[in-house]
Design a protein around this ligand. Sequence first.
Ligand code: ATP
Ligand code: MG
Length: 423
Amino acid sequence: MFAEPAVGTSVRLHGWVRRARSSGGLLFLVIRDRTGSVQVTAKRDVLGEEAFQKASQLQLEGSLELEGTVATDPRAPGGREVRATSIHVIDAGAPFPIFKDQTEEYRLDKRHLVIRSSEHVATFRVKAELLAAFRRFLAAEDVLEMTPSVLTGNAAEGGSEAFQFDYFGRPGYLSQTAQLYLEALLVPNERVYALTPSFRAEKSRTPRHLTEYLHLEVELAWCDLDSLLEFIERMIATSVAEVAQRCAPELKELGRAPEELTSLAPPFRRMPYSEALDRLKEKGFDVSWGSDLRTAEEAALTMEERAPIFVTHFPKELKAFYMLETPSDARTAEAADLLAPEGFGEIVGASCRETDIAKLTERLRANNVDPAEYEWYFEIRRHGNVPHAGFGLGVERVLRWMLRREHIRETTPFPRTPSRHTP
Ligand code: ATP
Ligand code: MG
């Protein structure tokens, strides 16, 4: 805001009170708007008794308009302050109920107010820039944004983790992925993506699961696993570096050095699942072939990495029914998970898609899903099937890693978890 006008200039500001203190006939305020904050001093003999009294009633987060002159003050943040010539209180405000050392539960109950903190403002600015960077990258790659529905009659991927609701007397579900719709839209458009909320009714309370998260999903025609992984690493390195450049002050405020995020040069390391098991064995983890990697194991693989790594070719039973079987090894899927460094866990799930209807049917049956529900999906395969591949990226997972946040809920304004869907 407030940093720009030169000393001696008259300014007119509006904003909210971040700090207030009075001593005798002098009022010290720190005023915040979306561009930053500035110290304001107001004197009783300049404002007049009535206006000064009103201004003295301002609470934290009260709102006001003021006019004043920019002056130097070595004690003020930024070395400058505004000396008020008039203050118009818009809403003095009730006592603000948020202060230090309140419990996390209380802070979550008051989330609608807590999100005014400078930490949250910085976090959501980084998030907005990350979304903008992804969209710029995808547009430059000629990938078209699509808007598939999130209300659906298909439970997808098995249903156990789908939220079900009553859709005019029939079961409806909140979408867990837009992928199947993107595969339909892929045929006429070849390169498509969607940025929509996905919903997972997973009861697991982990620091990296939300029940609603923002899912960036991309489907590319004529694409194999190598090209897909190359696309993903370029998208992540480019977008994260752009955010680090545009949001350097926010990242510093949040305790992350921007330089660490501008130097994630591709290629990212690729490690087949079987090699990951060997490495884990060296580190004292005995994972048998066929078991999924747990959080501790993902952490052990990535603790010393600075950039994300791909773990490829998982046993196909661990992966979704639509993932292509590896042509040279029927036991594994032509798929990869991208794991964030330093133990932040999976941020992207990627695979080539199975195009053979018989194999899709067999995999659905193995997962106890009635293939009849997927008849519409099979029909896409009957008319102009092409090799294609795609991935899903959890936006909040990426942010959690970028900002090194302990819990994923800090990366979204109104977190949805098994124990909370308000405010
Ligand atoms: P995990 O094993 O960590 O639960 P997943 O294998 O279920 O992940 P996918 O179904 O592949 O994940 O979803 C694609 C991406 O969506 C994941 O790589 C992750 O970044 C993100 N994601 C998945 N589930 C969640 C969740 N509950 N909360 C936030 N992000 C999620
Ligand atoms: Mg999951």
